[in-house]
Design a protein around this ligand. Sequence first.
Ligand code: AMP
Ligand code: ZN
Length: 116
Amino acid sequence: MVFMSDCIFCKIISGAIPSQCVFEDEFVFAFRDIAPQAPVHILVVPKVHVESAAELTDENSHLVASCFEAIAKIAADEGLGGGFRVITNAGLDGGQTVFHLHFHILGGRTLGAGLV
Ligand code: AMP
Ligand code: ZN
């Protein structure tokens, strides 16, 4: 398993930093965002350290499928049948602040139609 010792999400996955885990399987870990921007705000991350969506290749893109399979399960478990939003920020201009690939699930209220 690729692990970056200075990565906060790698530390959350390993348990070195506590989190409110909502889902875990072989490839994916999901936990509640510490600063929620909606009633449901969950981060879904691959257990392998991948920096961002810009680092995806033929070799690791299966992790994205695993993340989205988890997202579907989590959304159902969280009662988001009315809809939800999935966001990934990539790079500084994309607003990324933690450089371990993650997908935000936002839901539990009606979200605006805009993207930015
Ligand atoms: P981004 O800006 O897309 O890189 O998102 C990083 C997210 O990680 C933000 O929404 C933060 O609130 C969240 N975050 C940072 N530290 C933690 C933590 N220890 N536990 C849970 N969420 C965190
Ligand atoms: Zn990491």
